[in-house]
Design a protein around this ligand. Structure first.
Ligand code: SF4
Length: 584
């Protein structure tokens, strides 16, 4: 037999705390402090990382001294970038290091100084409930959930409820994209209630009640200042879309699909002038710096279909975004850059690595990307496939897509579905990149699964309630098999019985006491009701757990456990009593 083993391209063992897990990773070895912090190997033809960082774009009156910079006399640092350049570790950087346990506060500072990491934390929002976090390829991959009232649907209360829901399902930031209702009140309520950074696209509220052609530089700056004063942590500014780019869009299948991008294109065509976000960029930078609002340089020309991906329009705008990144760094602002959109799977790596090169490692914040256009209603899936590849190849934050994408305003359950799809994408990429300790969670769940320890299995599951409800839908006791294969065919149970295997032998996970599964919670019951597979009577029975059938109602372990009663007795009980529960 040929001796095959996993080649160790990079990280020696992404999950070094664990014994018995398969070591190895095809990702590059971690290089925190360099351009390839956690990164995939480059497929031939990919552009090399930039040799520059934000250090190459200091304000003209600053100078370098040793590892840090010196500002002119009397300068007072405001932004995280300015503090980092001067060598200061801020409380926000310490907080980031406390939650990103593979990083020290000094490493966080150095990544911020290099422009490869941002900490979106408006000084005003820090006075409320904001818990600072960081976005950058040296950190775990982050996800964003969009919400916001539209002119047709939703209200402030509903949006605040969606914010809480997104936080519950793991969203690292939330963008309020309200275009209807009382947008100022809604934004204020969201900022005051949120623990996560809040992003906006300020142009939306600037044109409420007026035509786009009426937008002026004064209105832009006033609208931005209002949002900065309210505490918005990062804003999408579509300053990279220029008049010169518009002819490049003419042959696209679906033109401009960014709301901000299409509005500004119309403004430029109607007035015959350059994009006001571009011409006022210095003044915008000044407001951003004053409150430490992070730039999210918007890609107004992102592709809206596979046919338009990576076209001249998209790449021309990206080059302008790179120039604006350098410019904003010179003015002391934190910057991340937004990216596509709809991209065929094979083009994703190039898109990520081109941005890494042009924008000198500034965090890339991508929407999806969707890898096919023909599954409306399932675009949280089509896009999370692309998002996993994007994060593996360099994206630092993934903007979620919900099942309602292209179809309507997401409701609460759509927010949950989008968040979960993107938590899967982010976690899968982090494991593949070898970010320390990320795989420990997977290993713990595998151990619980091998031990057939259902309580621990569900406790570790990202969505405990759904996992429990789906298990109990078919078998309302925690026994040593599930309804998928049944007792005789349960490979995990059989493996457990084979003494030579490690499966299920870990002390921390093995059955060490009588375990009685709890009744379904209200939330778990609702999950089953929504599935509509069981009758209300059946769900009620599951909710009250009539375990008398398997003699476990008195707190005893269910007698269908073959490691608890003789195998024959267990089998008899299973056949006699559990058939009704649809065990095959
Ligand atoms: S019955 Fe099948 S699916 Fe269920 S735990 Fe055993 S092997 Fe896994």
């Amino acid at each position: 037999m040929t001796d095959l083993s996993l080649p160790l391209h990079g990280a020696a063992n992404p999950s070094t705390e664990r014994v018995g897990t398969t070591p190895g990773s095809f990702a590059n070895a971690a290089n925190i402090g360099g351009p390839l912090t956690f990164s995939s190997p480059d497929t031939p033809g990919m552009p090399a990382p930039s040799a520059k960082t934000a250090w190459d774009f200091l304000p003209s009156d600053w100078s370098r001294k040793g590892a840090f910079a010196v500002a002119p006399a009397g300068f007072v640092p405001v932004t995280q970038l300015e503090h980092a350049r001067l060598g200061t570790v801020t409380p926000e950087m310490r907080r980031v290091a406390a939650i990103e346990k593979h990083l020290t506060p000094e490493q966080v500072r150095d990544e911020v100084a290099a422009g490869r990491m941002v900490i979106p934390a408006n000084k005003v929002h820090l006075r409320y409930k904001l818990e600072p976090m960081a976005i950058g390829r040296a950190t775990r991959t982050k996800i964003n959930a969009n919400m916001g009232a539209s002119p047709i649907s939703s209200s402030t209360d509903e949006e605040v409820e969606k914010l809480r829901w997104a936080e519950r399902w793991g969203s690292d930031t939330v963008m309020d994209l309200s275009t209807g209702g009382d947008v100022d009140k809604c934004r204020e309520a969201i900022i005051q209630a949120s623990r996560v950074p809040i992003g906006t696209v300020p142009i939306y509220s600037m044109i409420i009640g007026r035509k786009i052609e009426e937008l002026t530089e004064e209105l832009i700056l006033a609208g931005l200042r209002k949002q900065a004063e309210q505490g918005v942590d990062y804003v999408t500014i579509h300053a990279g879309l220029l008049r010169a780019h518009l002819p490049l869009v003419q042959k696209r299948l679906i033109g401009i699909v960014s709301r901000g991008g299409s509005l500004l294109a119309k403004w430029m065509l109607e007035l015959g002038q350059e994009n006001p976000m571009y011409t006022a960029f210095d003044k915008i930078c000044d407001i951003m710096r004053e409150y430490d609002v992070t730039f999210s340089l918007g890609d107004g020309l992102r592709p809206g279909g596979l046919a338009d991906a990576t076209d001249r329009a998209q790449l021309a705008e990206l080059q302008t975004l790179a120039q604006l990144t350098e410019h904003a760094w010179r003015r002391g602002c934190q910057v991340m850059v937004e990216g596509p959109g709809h991209v065929p799977f094979d083009q994703i790596e190039y898109n990520m690595k081109l941005q890494r090169t042009l924008c000198h490692g500034a965090p890339f914040y991508v929407l999806g990307p969707l890898v096919t256009d023909v599954f409306p209603g399932y675009d949280h899936i089509t896009s999370c496939i692309g998002a996993t590849a994007a994060a593996y190849h360099g994206a630092a934050m993934l903007c979620y897509v919900t099942p309602k994408e292209h179809l309507g305003l997401p409701k609460k359950d759509d927010v949950k579905q989008g968040c979960i799809a993107y938590k899967i994408a982010a976690h899968a990429a982090d494991v593949a990149l070898g970010i320390p300790a990320t795989r420990d969670w997977d290993d713990s769940l595998t151990q619980a699964r091998a031990a057939l320890n259902w309580e621990r299995h569900f406790e570790l599951a990202f969505d405990t309630d759904t996992a429990r409800a789906l298990h109990d839908e078919d078998l309302d006791v925690d026994t040593d098999f599930c309804a998928m294969c049944g007792h005789d065919w349960c490979a995990v149970r059989i493996s457990k019985e084979i003494q030579e295997f490690a499966s299920g032998k870990a002390d921390a996970f093995a059955w060490d006491r009588v375990v009685k599964s709890p009744a379904l919670s209200a939330e778990q019951r609702e999950i089953l009701e929504q599935r509509g597979v069981l009758s209300p009577d059946e769900i009620h029975r599951l909710a009250s757990k009539t375990k008398a059938a398997v003699q476990s109602d008195a707190g005893a372990k269910a007698s269908c456990h073959s490691d608890f009663v003789p195998t024959e007795k267990a089998r008899q009980l299973q056949q006699e009593k559990l058939v009704a529960l649809r065990v095959p």
